[in-house]
Design a protein around this ligand. Structure first.
Ligand code: ZN
Length: 406
């Protein structure tokens, strides 16, 4: 066995839900194809970073790919920027941003400017701004989202978010998070940029049009998630496997790029509920001809969890299951299905509850698990593993693990 398809269903894990007869959305969903893979494979429960850690999607993915986050995680911003195709150099500091709406007294009215269709026409005149010898590049993402990159000397990613993350509170400044001159300089320069952006956004004629149409103005840039660009060993350096990523949402493409994976663009892969999962699985199957390791990311499970919508989550899991059929009968391939964390509908947020994992392929020591579910997989032969165990387990099953000792 030489190839791997690694499917991450974002936020898949959940807790028992009363309205689903105390089953989780995954347990309640009809998933014949995932069940078949679990039944003829090996399963377990996965603590994606470590026991009791409630991870963000960025750190959990790094961990799943075998990167110790204590060494390699330097903030989310760089992955967002890479995911939007921005060029990053060592020493740059990157952020993720929202275009938001504030009132004249600086109180945040809406963190998404009324879910504005595109930030692009508002951000054009901010791109390329220079302050204190630092160049600011900004690029629009989906709807209100964008990424910002500061390029120059003496920058630090140790600056706080200039975003209180809630509405009806006052805007806040970026602050240095350590005593270094670099952190102070970065925070001061960033705050000057945010002030300038506020002036320019306020004067933008597009906002007058929005007011006329009774839409919220896009008049403030909320900046968060400072990330530092640093060299990390590539996925190929670590595992000697060529790799690619199939994802709709930018963050996952960014993580893949940071690790040197090729990002394949698949028509219909949107990172939303309407995403074409079958197209992604077909593309994954096709990619086996060119790559050894194919990472497929599916976002909708997490979105449904964050909305607290357990019926949508169950329905979306059934949609994933249908598409999984396309990769359930492959020769010479290890299929791994898991999640990056739980997003229980009850919490509408990530939790530290471990997630189910299955590995299916020739030679795998089949266990007694009959179904793919949180509680069923707790009895699987992989037992409880942590994120950094996943790649070594895969390498062992592929027969590529290095001998330890003599
Ligand atoms: Zn996630």
């Amino acid at each position: 066995m030489t190839k791997v398809i690694f499917v991450v269903c974002d936020g898949l894990g959940d807790r028992p839900i009363k309205q689903l007869k105390n089953l989780t959305p995954l347990e309640a969903a009809k998933t014949p194809n995932l069940d078949k893979l679990a039944k003829s494979g090996i399963t377990g429960l996965l603590h994606t970073v470590y026991h009791g850690i409630r991870p963000g999607s960025d750190v959990s993915h790094l961990s799943l790919f075998g990167y110790d986050t204590k060494l390699y995680y330097k903030g989310r911003g760089m992955y967002e920027a890479l995911g939007l195709g921005m060029k990053l150099n060592k020493g740059d500091v990157a952020f993720r941003c929202n275009l938001g709406t504030i009132k004249s007294d600086g109180i945040i009215l809406d963190r998404r400017a009324g879910r504005i269709e595109s930030a692009e026409p508002f951000l054009k005149e901010l791109d390329g701004t220079q302050i204190n010898g630092v160049r600011f590049s900004i690029k629009a993402g989906v709807m209100h989202r964008s990424a910002l990159v500061m390029s120059g000397y003496n920058l630090s990613y140790k600056v706080s978010d200039a975003d209180p993350h809630e509405t009806n509170v006052k805007i806040k400044k970026a602050m240095p998070l350590d005593n270094s001159k670099e952190a102070q300089f970065t925070a001061d320069t960033l705050n000057r940029f945010i002030d300038l952006a506020q002036q320019k956004l306020k004067a933008n004629p597009l906002n007058k049009e929005r007011t006329k149409k009774k839409l919220l103005e896009a008049n403030y840039l909320l900046v968060r998630g400072a990330g530092y660009v640093e060299d990390v060993p590539s996925f190929f350096d670590k595992y000697k496997m060529s790799s690619c990523c199939i994802a709709g949402a930018g963050l996952y493409k960014g993580i893949a790029k940071a690790l040197g994976m090729d990002v394949l663009e698949v028509k219909g892969a949107t990172g939303t509920f309407t995403t074409d999962i079958e197209a992604k699985m077909k593309a994954a199957k096709e990619a086996l001809k060119r790559y050894d390791f194919i990472f497929v990311h599916i976002k909708g499970t997490d979105t449904a969890g964050e909305d607290g919508n357990f019926l949508e989550k169950k329905k979306f899991i059934e949609k994933i299951d249908k598409a999984i059929k396309l990769i359930s009968d492959l020769d010479d391939t290890l299929v791994v299905v898991t999640a990056d964390h739980s997003t229980p509908c009850e919490l509408k947020a990530h939790s530290a509850d471990p997630v189910p994992i299955l590995m299916n392929g020739p030679g795998v020591r089949v266990d007694s698990t009959k179904r793919f579910g949180e509680r069923e997989c707790a009895n699987g032969a992989l037992s409880h593993i942590v994120g950094l165990d996943v790649m070594p387990e895969i390498m062992n099953l592929l027969g590529k693990a290095q001998l330890y000792g003599d």
